[in-house]
Design a binder for this molecule. Sequence first.
Ligand SMILES: *[C@@H]1O[C@H](CO)[C@@H](O)[C@H](O)[C@H]1NC(C)=O
Ligand SMILES: *[C@@H]1O[C@H](CO)[C@@H](O)[C@H](O)[C@H]1NC(C)=O
Length: 377
Amino acid sequence: MIASAMGVVLSSLVAVGLLLLAPEPPGFDGDSCARLQNKLDKEVFGQQAAALQFSSAVCDHLWDQEPLKPLVLSIHGPPGVGKSYSHFVAARALYNATSKAESNLLFYDKNKNKNKVKPPECPGLNCPGYKVVYGLDYTIAEGEAQSQALINKLMEHLTRYKESVVVIEEYDKLDCRSRGVLKQIFDKGEAANATESLKRSVFLLESNAGYGKIAEALVEAGGRQDLVDLEALQYTLKNMMFALWQRDGCEDRVDTVKALSLIDMFVPYFPLSRESVSRIMSSAIERRVAALNAERVDRGFEGRVGVRVEQRALEFLNDRIEWDGSYAVEGAKEVSTVIRRHVFGLLYGLAGEEEKEGEYELDLDEGSGKVVLRKKG
Ligand SMILES: *[C@@H]1O[C@H](CO)[C@@H](O)[C@H](O)[C@H]1NC(C)=O
Ligand SMILES: *[C@@H]1O[C@H](CO)[C@@H](O)[C@H](O)[C@H]1NC(C)=O
């Protein structure tokens, strides 16, 4: 099976070989690492331990001018706690681009962007090396055809972009053959010439697998991420993946051990505490206010709107989320729903009228038990 998988890798490579003649696409630069640390720190809430491991692994990899293999991180945790958001932030940071929303805001804000140059966006043309693949799209149902599609897609991408950030979501759901192909790609030796060009790339394998164990480890550490024994947890996650892969019967034990050894680090993402959800909620409201102001600029209004969120309004919004003890059941997934239900309408009301400029506070009205917006002063 390995030999045949390798055959496909090499032939796919020949097929896309011509792409190598194109000019060098944007890759990482000297500031990629600094931007990564900064952005993960500022934009991914409640995952200090994961952010630190993630950025140390990537920065160390970029530091090495001639790494022996691409960097492979296996990222685990419950849904909604920032795994996908992290790779989105990471891609923007590594390729020195910004989100579409942020780019639009800067573009429309005359004061901040006098030259009217649209800042580079990611995902988009400015970070072509960033690619997200969904493991669920490549499961056994359609067998060979799907693995072949995965191989083609990845090889074309990797040949074209030497400094790629490739994310494979729901990695644990890939079928044996697709996983075999990935193993070839990760391993420096096997597909020698095929991997030569992609050693500087970063692979992020994501899955929800192991989140019970991650939650347990956090509870054992009294809820403090900084007290979790990350090495012990890495060992636990690795063993769990071993059991999972052996159960599928894809390969011999030795090959599974080898496949696991190609993963450089297991990075756990933890369930979100109330404090973290609060910060995510505040930042989500801030983004809506920014969008509201962008809309006002768009309509040619001069004055802006400022919104201060009072603590009791924030508490009320947090209470609308489902909690299991100290942790949010769905992570931050419910934040948008809560904002749409209780806050969006209030903000939207300020978008369409010039005279609604000024400072507001978002507060809880004790009488009606509803979130309200009051003009200050
Ligand atoms: C990153 O982007 C900013 C703004 O687009 C630019 O000023 C800066 O020079 C870029 N940094 C590098 C290292 O290219
Ligand atoms: C790899 O490339 C080198 C030179 O570019 C060539 O001599 C060698 O045969 C290639 N190996 C494979 C397995 O294609």
